[in-house]
Ligand binder design. Structure first.
Ligand SMILES: Cc1cc2nc3c(=O)[nH]c(=O)nc-3n(C[C@H](O)[C@H](O)[C@H](O)COP(=O)(O)O)c2cc1C
Length: 358
């Protein structure tokens, strides 16, 4: 019964995200801007979007965030997303692979990603709760299922806390990460799913052996919002979902907080200017979820066109700041205002380091 629930829930999440207003909206990137360079002195055609993350090269820093798998409808979605990843030379994650453990007949909905993206950087995915429950052999099977280059261990305790069937025993997750980091042959990415990662959490994850952080910051897809739709007539769940819809560390802030490790900036990234800002704040890659998921229902072409448009938006930001490479973009001064500036200062970050750079 519980096993069946995993599939039904995943399907419901996918459909709600495709159709409803599930974004919380404020990533903090609205408080970040570049200083326009009126005389960039570079040819736009020379700009190289190439990115590096965990010793791998990517054609651009856009990363397709792990979202789906584990039910029949997910196979076509993952096929479209992975074909796009392969064509565009970028990385891709799959959604939680828990359903494949409970229902081996659904393995194809994940393995299709490696089939359609034979040369892409593919990230496997399990929850922190499963990381402590599953034995090493099971986790290695999930990694092999997509021939993964890295394993994302997702931290989604906000979502667990506001849903009926949520698993809220968060004890011993760090121990599980520590033990896996010693045993696995691929790196671990510790990944939030919409509430962001603080510096304190990033340091603990680093000490446990995580090789990178996917910030999964607040401002994009909000799981509290998604669960509000699922709550239907359950008043308490609706209340909880509503109250915590904007909970978390916004993406811009979480990138700065997590810079102790290589960072994927995810959560509300909707265009190439967002990516430029995330890179300038310290991200190596930027994860895009919801918009690409919605386009994947139309097929790979729509996803590829969107990725090309986002890349072009990023290229224009680089041109107007006089940057030929992402490394140069990281040195450009930023103007940081409003709530993000205040929060960074309250948290003890030196905002001037981001504002005045050489
Ligand atoms: C339908 C859907 C399913 C998701 N499932 C997972 C999951 O299984 N594991 C995970 O780590 N993140 C999952 N995510 C979170 C995304 O990876 C990403 O962190 C989040 O959606 C924020 O990015 P966005 O604002 O661009 O959507 C899911 C997101 C969506 C929209």
């Amino acid at each position: 019964m519980r096993k069946r629930m995993t599939i039904d829930r995943k399907f419901e999440h996918l459909m709600l995200c495709a159709a409803e207003e599930v974004e919380s909206g404020k990533t903090g990137l609205e408080d970040v801007s570049f200083v326009h360079n009126a005389i960039p002195e570079i040819a736009k055609s020379d700009i190289d979007l190439g990115a590096t993350f965990l010793q791998k090269g990517f054609a651009s820093p856009l990363f397709i965030a792990g979202m789906t798998g584990g039910h029949k409808e997910a196979t076509a979605v993952n096929a479209a997303l992975s074909e796009a990843a392969e064509t565009c030379g970028i990385g891709i994650g799959v959604g939680s692979q828990r359903a494949a453990v409970e229902h081996p007949e659904l393995i194809e909905s994940y393995s299709i990603v490696r089939e359609r993206a034979p040369s892409a950087f593919v990230v496997a995915n399990i929850g922190a709760i499963q990381a402590k429950e599953y034995n090493l052999e099971t986790i290695e099977r999930l990694i092999d299922m997509v021939d993964a280059d890295a394993l994302a261990i997702h931290l989604n305790f906000l979502q667990e806390a506001v849903q009926r069937e949520g698993d809220t025993n968060a004890e011993r997750c760090l121990d599980a990460i520590k033990s896996l980091s010693k045993s696995l042959r691929i790196p671990i990415i510790a990944k939030e799913t919409g509430a962001g990662i603080s510096q304190e959490a990033a340091v603990r994850l680093q000490n446990a052996g995580a090789s990178a952080i996917d910030v999964g910051g607040a401002g994009g897809t909000s799981w509290a919002r998604v669960e509000t739709y699922r709550a239907r007539t359950d008043r308490l769940l609706k209340r909880l979902g509503g109250l915590y819809s904007n909970w978390g560390i916004p993406t811009a802030m979480s990138i700065v907080e997590s810079r102790v490790l290589p960072v994927i900036g995810t959560g509300g990234i909707r265009n190439g200017l967002h990516i430029a800002k995330c890179v300038a704040l310290g991200a190596s890659l930027c994860g895009v979820g919801l918009p690409l998921l919605r386009l994947a229902f139309e097929g790979p072409e729509s996803v590829i066109n969107e990725i090309a448009a986002i890349n072009e938006e990023l290229r224009v930001a680089m041109f107007l700041t006089g940057c030929r490479t992402l490394a140069e973009l990281k040195t450009r001064p930023l103007i940081i205002t409003g709530k993000t500036k205040e929060m960074l200062q309250q948290r003890g970050f030196n905002v001037a380091d981001l504002q005045v750079r050489r």
